[in-house]
Design a protein around this ligand. Structure first.
Ligand code: GLU
Length: 449
């Protein structure tokens, strides 16, 4: 049986690191074993879903390299959900309820005051046809609940091991709202069956849901609906560097923003694909390599720690690994393609790709030199080698050291400040020949050049 998984985002916002981790784990799990990855746009809520967000999801996934094999919109499948609802109604598993939210609230409070769990009392189940007709005559519309078996639903979770949910402790879930809207629960089950999904992989916030959904899967299959109950994996949730749950802060961690901030796709996928696993948090050469190395057995039960400092480190690693051929189109876009020697000289210093512009400015000038000791600069100017080859820096600095007696930082920092105008920057040995003799002479004289 081919592995087939799905990522089912709602197009009600941009993808954030939490969604993308779910998408990525699905993708890695499937692709690592030659399986298929389905993108399923969960847009049954027509009022909140937008075409722009849908496009944004596709753009973000594509940018990250999370290519899908199949793509569906739930909004195009209402006939299937209607059919499933009818099948469940016919077997008595889906029943009409007319309770208003005020009535439900009041009854919950009474239950709580008596020390009882606030579980739906199934008032809808005992309504006579006459009572239902009376509600309808009042203008009330039914919402529809799934009648749970009230048992221990168990499954072998790929991530958590043996998992159990006691559906007796849950209210019968509402599957269809009174305005006719299908909540995500039933469409998700119908699609997983129709699309032959073999594993549902999602965050551990869905564990309780899974208990109810497994009952729905089984109830539908019992009506003769084609398909097989999938396996499940519930991943530990993301926490921030402070160990606090990220759920409330996720909205501000959109992939689109991270792309704008200059993060590399492979740094993001390396980070999100490896946090919470036993693999070292190193950058992966490709998303395919990430998929090859992924296994649920490497994923612990503790939360995955999302730390921007780690992401920054992986981003720098990703840039260091970029060859000139890979970097060149991007250098050209920025107007900074100063050749292979330049790229190799500056890439070890980049945290973000766009910083290459500052590096190019050092080579091109004009740079406002910083000279604190004029005599030192004059000596350096006099001793500047005729040809600036790759030995030039070492020859030059040794000569300056011999004449001035300066060494270590006292030798290198004044030269760096004079040549680049900054206290930090690229490797001077590599950058000096690129700046060129004429500009160096100007800068040592204290002129902008
Ligand atoms: N749209 C649902 C969500 O984002 C999908 C959950 C699932 O994977 O089943 O929570």
């Amino acid at each position: 049986m081919t592995v087939k998984v799905r990522f089912a985002p709602s197009p009600t916002g941009r993808l954030h690191v939490g969604n993308v981790r779910t998408a990525l784990v699905n993708w890695m799990f499937a692709k690592g074993q030659g399986g298929q990855f389905v993108l399923r746009i969960d847009d049954t809520d027509l009022a909140r879903s937008t075409r722009e967000f849908e496009q944004g999801i596709e753009d973000d996934l594509t940018w990250l390299g999370l290519v899908w094999d199949e793509r569906h919109n739930q909004s195009k499948r209402f006939d299937r959900y209607d059919a499933a609802a009818e099948a469940l109604k016919a077997t008595g598993r889906l029943y009409a309820c007319y309770d208003t939210s005020e009535e439900l609230d009041r009854r919950r409070k009474v239950q709580l005051s008596r020390g009882l769990p606030p579980i739906y009392d199934r008032a809808g189940l005992s309504l006579t046809d006459q009572q239902k007709a009376a509600f309808e005559a009042e203008g009330r519309k039914p919402h529809w609940r799934f009648k749970l078996d009230g048992r221990r639903v168990a499954w072998e979770d790929l991530s958590r091991g043996h998992a159990e949910v006691d559906t007796a402790s849950m209210s019968d879930p509402v599957l269809i709202r009174e305005d006719g809207l299908f909540l995500y629960t039933l469409p998700s089950v119908v699609d997983d069956l129709d699309m032959a999904i073999t594993y549902v992989i999602r965050g551990e916030d869905h564990v309780t849901n899974t208990g109810a959904q497994i009952e729905i899967f089984e109830a539908l299959i019992a009506t003769g609906w084609a398909g097989v109950l999938p396996g499940f994996a519930h991943m530990p949730l993301l926490v921030g560097a402070d160990g606090q749950a990220l759920s409330k802060r996720l909205g501000s961690l959109s992939i689109a923003d991270m792309r704008d901030q200059g993060y590399e796709a492979i740094a993001i996928t390396s980070h999100l694909g490896r946090i919470g696993t036993s693999d070292p948090l190193e950058f992966a050469t490709s998303i395919e390599a990430l998929g090859q190395g992924f296994a649920f057995s490497k994923m612990g039960r503790s939360p995955a720690r999302y730390d921007t400092a780690d992401l920054d480190r992986l981003n720098a690693q990703a840039l260091h690994a970029l060859s000139y051929a890979e970097a060149q189109p991007r250098l050209q876009t920025l107007g900074c393609d100063l050749g292979e020697a330049f790229w190799n000289a500056v890439k070890p210093n980049l945290g973000k790709f766009a910083e290459v512009e500052q590096m190019a400015a050092i080579v091109r000038g004009p740079v406002a030199p910083v000279i604190e000791d004029v005599a030192f600069a004059e000596a350096a100017l006099r001793l500047l080698p005729e040809t600036l080859d790759d030995q030039a820096w070492s020859v030059w600095t040794q000569a300056v050291k011999a004449e001035t007696g300066a060494k270590g930082k006292a030798l290198f920092m004044p030269l760096r400040l004079a040549l680049t105008g900054q206290a930090h920057g690229p490797d001077m040995a590599a950058i000096t020949p690129l700046i060129g003799r004429e500009a160096i002479q100007k800068r040592l004289r204290g002129e902008a050049g």
